[in-house]
Design a protein around this ligand. Structure first.
Ligand SMILES: [Zn+2]
Length: 502
């Protein structure tokens, strides 16, 4: 009798362990798919390697102040670095010459807020759009690996990898969130300091505060990041107020939206019925907030086009999606449950069950006020001289990696920035913030360049008129860039996306 009981117990234990293991892998696989990892890796057929040394001749070059183009310049590039710029450069020996007649050379763009998730195909989308540096804002170990591979010659933008956000949760929720989203869950101030130390050891360039970090852990993140000389960036935790931001070591706020949300909390919550009062609160408070940010040297990343898109995603997603270049979006991401783009999974779309009497008007009023608050805040930031970095939150619906960079630059000009200011926020300013020798066309800087057919100082839309991209000295012609785009589309089609069936 006893023997049988033991056997039954053992059989149940084996079944439980086996089903646990299967469940683990099923979830791992589902998570990887929804973050794009199941899509085949795009394999573009590109022209042979470009020369290690070349002169880009007879091109208009954006001047050091970024306010004008200097005509008929030459740029000497050797081993991925700009060696000379001027009306005539004289390289020793014979050298390849690339004719830049009629073209405008600008530094390669930096998208200061992207999410690469699990597919390297986005790397190609960035280069094809002239984005030669990205700041990955949810960095995981495989991103550190891509960064290294790119440093040793893999095709892709230079990567600044911010470790996945620090967040405080209870035990069980923390285990689940840490596993499925990769967030760095920390439940106490000492755990926060230990985690930051470990992230720095792993090679991350910066650490990120999330909305869900406790006030105590946020204060400790500020202290520990200062002590370890690692930048602290990201959100302002919901549990913290603006005074906590001034007291922290945070050197960048990842969205203008963070400031709008903080004002919303101060105000007691924006609703469709109190929009005017909320906007009056923003007007009353924005000047002081901007002054404080400027005084503390805190940079603000824009992500304005995303915030402006919320209203249409909420009430008219079906009308908006045909205007989005969905063919380039990883189908796992677009259709996934995490941050899906299409109806049914899109987190911004008002669910059908909530579409009752008057829903459209209420949502339109709410999101219009929300967007206007961003514009008011941005205006104050510019007046106070706060440094703005162009960032798009690429891969959050409906920000198509690479393409969103141009959309964002246009949104910023429409919001009142001059094209020269926007270009600086996309090139030299992020280069300076990252402490990289990138973002300027000057001797000693990385040869990350974009050659445009039209002048972006006259029309910011010209940032997309790309003829050639140079990344770490490698020349990618328009034909190469088109091949990269086609390869990503083909990989997405292979991954079976009904979203791109048309
Ligand atoms: Zn983000």
């Amino acid at each position: 009798m006893k023997k049988w009981l033991v056997r039954i117990f053992l059989a149940i234990a084996v079944l439980a362990i086996a089903s646990g293991v299967v469940t683990f892998f099923v979830i791992e696989d589902a998570v990887d798919t929804m973050f794009g990892g199941a899509t085949p890796v795009a394999q573009p057929g590109l022209a042979q390697r470009s020369p290690d040394r070349f002169v880009l001749a007879n091109v208009s070059v954006l001047g050091p102040a970024g306010e004008e183009f200097r005509p008929r310049q030459s740029i000497l590039v050797e081993d991925g670095v700009i060696r000379a710029v001027g009306p005539s450069v004289e390289p020793a020996g014979s050298i390849a010459v690339i004719d830049g007649s009629g073209l405008f050379a600008v530094p390669g763009y930096t998208d200061s807020h992207v999410h690469l998730w699990n597919s390297p195909n986005d790397l190609l989308l960035y280069l094809a759009n002239g984005v030669t540096q990205v700041r990955e804002m949810h960095g995981r170990p495989h991103h550190l690996q891509w960064k290294q591979e790119i440093e040793s010659g893999r095709l892709g933008p230079d990567m600044y990898v911010v470790a996945a956000q620090l967040a405080s949760y209870g035990l069980w929720e923390g285990l689940w969130v840490g596993w499925t989203s990769g967030r760095n869950v920390v439940r106490s101030p000492p755990a926060t300091a230990r985690r930051i130390e470990s992230l720095v050891e792993q090679g991350y360039d910066a650490v990120k505060a999330s909305s869900f970090l406790s006030r105590e852990a946020y204060a400790e993140a500020g202290r520990a990041s200062r002590e370890m000389s690692v930048p602290l960036v990201g959100h302002l935790p919901l549990a913290a107020g603006l005074p906590d931001l001034w007291a922290s070591n945070q050197s960048e706020v990842a969205h203008v939206e963070e400031l709008v949300k903080a004002l919303g909390r101060e105000f007691g919550g924006l609703r469709s019925t109190n929009a005017e009062a909320f906007l009056a609160h923003v007007r009353a408070r924005r000047g002081e907030i901007a002054e404080r940010l400027a005084a503390n040297g805190i940079h603000v990343t824009s992500t304005l086009a995303l915030s402006e898109s919320f209203g249409r995603q909420a009430v008219d997603l079906e009308g908006l999606l045909p205007d989005v270049a969905l063919g380039y979006v990883n189908p796992g991401v677009a259709q996934g449950d995490a941050m899906g783009w299409v109806p049914g999974v899109n987190p911004y779309r008002v669910p059908d069950a909530h579409r009752n009497e008057g829903w459209r008007g209420r949502n339109e009023a709410y999101w219009a006020a929300y967007a206007q608050a961003h514009h008011l805040m941005l205006e104050a930031l510019l007046d106070a001289g706060v440094t703005i970095l162009v960032g798009t939150d690429a891969n959050v619906p409906v920000m198509v990696p690479g393409f969103s960079m141009h959309e964002e630059m246009q949104a910023l000009v429409a919001a009142g920035m001059r094209p020269a200011q926007v270009l600086a926020s996309a090139t030299s300013l992020p280069g300076r913030w990252m402490e990289w020798n990138t973002g300027r066309i000057e001797e000693g800087f990385r040869a990350n360049l974009v050659l445009l057919r039209e002048n972006p100082l006259e029309d910011i839309g010209a940032t997309a008129s790309i003829e050639t991209v140079v990344v770490n000295g490698r020349v990618l012609s328009r034909a190469d860039l088109d091949a990269m785009l086609r390869a990503v589309e083909a990989a997405n089609r292979q991954a079976g996306s009904p979203a791109i069936a048309d």
